[in-house]
Structures are given as structure tokens and as C-alpha cells.
Design a protein around this ligand. Structure first.
Ligand code: AMP
Length: 192
């Protein structure tokens, strides 16, 4: 198993209505602390993002927030992680920084921003631009409808089976991290 130094965590800037999302974000913060993994994330204090970051940082763990300039406002910044805050000039540069700094990518429950971020790194895996793990934390089956849609796209001939198989999906955060540590991928000819 390879040692994962840092993980990008994509997750909602909202908390969601089910307390299990909050609990999962807290558990993720605890696990990253215990495993000595740095959390790279969007840099805000809101929703599940803030919950996971605060939980990890308050125990002495390492959190790197990467905010785009347009969101760099005092009411958005997570007070406790200011020392590790990187402000990127644009959204695209912000994401590029997050990807460079991370050994793998996890989406917890979230909305459009979360979907966009995880699907982009999944696209990049497909293209062979990286070989890092792409994972969905499927708290309370949150991602089941997306998984059904991805399987539908596969059945309709738009997504290859080996790409779908490469996507890590787990409901339990510890199992998810174990699978990320054991991840390897060989997608063959990506551009055909
Ligand atoms: P969403 O899932 O739509 O709530 O968006 C969350 C994702 O988009 C996070 O992973 C962040 O990278 C980014 N994002 C959305 N809102 C904010 C915010 N207020 N501050 C920082 N990043 C945000």
C-alpha cells in the first residue's frame, strides 16, 4: 500500500438535511488526523467543507485551503486555517493547485460544485492525465442516483466498464481510505 500524504476533499458548502452527512464529515476529519493525511479543500468555512476542516485542524492535523480570489472574504474564510490558506487568482488556477497538491480525490455529499470537481478529476483519470484515486463517500446512499446514471451511460455505450470499475465507492470512510491507499489503475487506450 502506498502512503497517501494528502487528499483533496470536495464536499458541500451546505450541511444537508440529514445529520449523517455532518457525522461523516467529522469522521473524515478524525480519520485524516489519525492517518496523518493533509486535507486539501476549497478553503471555506461553510457546510461540510468547514466541518471536516475544522475537525481535522482542531486536533492538530494539516489543512490546506485553496480559495479563489472571488471567495476570499473574511466571512467565507475558515478562521482556524488561515495560515494554510492559498488564494488563487481564478477558479481554474485554484483547481489546478488543489489537484497538484493531492494524492487522491474524495467527494463527500454536496451539490453542483462538488459534482463538477469530482467529475473533472474522473475525466482526467479517463484521459490518463493522472493515475490518482477518485472516490465517492456514499453516505446514506447519497451517490446511488449518480451511480445509477453512470451505469446507464455505460449501458448506452458512453462510459467504458474499466473506467466505472476504477471509481471507488464506499459508505464507510475508513474503508474508503483503505481503498484509496491500495488504488492502482490501468485503463488501457484512453483516447480510442
Ligand atoms: P457545492 O457542492 O455546490 O456546495 O460546492 C462545494 C464545492 O465547491 C467545494 O468543494 C468547493 O471547492 C467549492 N465551493 C463552493 N462554495 C464555496 C465557498 N463558499 N467557499 C469555498 N469553496 C466553495
Amino acid at each position: 500500500m502506498k502512503k497517501i500524504q494528502s487528499l483533496a476533499l470536495f464536499c458541500g458548502s451546505s450541511e444537508g438535511i440529514d445529520g449523517r452527512y455532518r457525522e461523516a464529515a467529522q469522521e473524515m476529519g478524525d480519520l485524516l488526523f489519525r492517518r496523518g493525511v493533509t486535507m486539501v479543500y476549497g478553503g471555506g468555512n461553510r457546510g461540510l467543507m468547514g466541518i471536516a476542516a475544522e475537525r481535522l485542524y482542531s486536533q492538530g492535523g494539516r489543512v490546506i485551503g485553496v480559495l479563489p480570489q472571488i471567495l476570499d472574504r473574511s466571512d467565507v474564510r475558515l478562521r482556524v486555517v488561515e495560515e494554510q490558506l492559498i488564494v488563487a487568482p481564478t477558479m481554474h488556477e485554484r483547481k489546478a493547485r488543489m489537484y497538484e497538491m493531492s494524492d487522491g480525490f474524495v467527494a463527500m455529499a454536496g451539490g453542483i460544485g462538488t459534482f463538477e470537481e469530482i467529475l473533472e478529476v474522473f475525466t482526467w483519470l479517463q484521459l490518463g492525465l493522472h493515475t490518482k484515486a477518485v472516490a465517492l463517500l456514499n453516505t446514506a446512499g447519497f451517490y446511488d442516483p449518480l451511480l445509477a446514471f453512470l451505469r446507464h451511460a455505460h449501458a448506452q455505450g458512453f462510459i467504458k466498464a474499466d473506467l466505472l470499475d476504477a471509481l471507488i465507492v464506499e459508505e464507510d470512510p475508513a474503508l474508503l481510505l483503505d481503498r484509496i491507499e491500495g488504488f492502482s489503475v490501468n485503463l488501457g487506450d484512453k483516447l480510442s
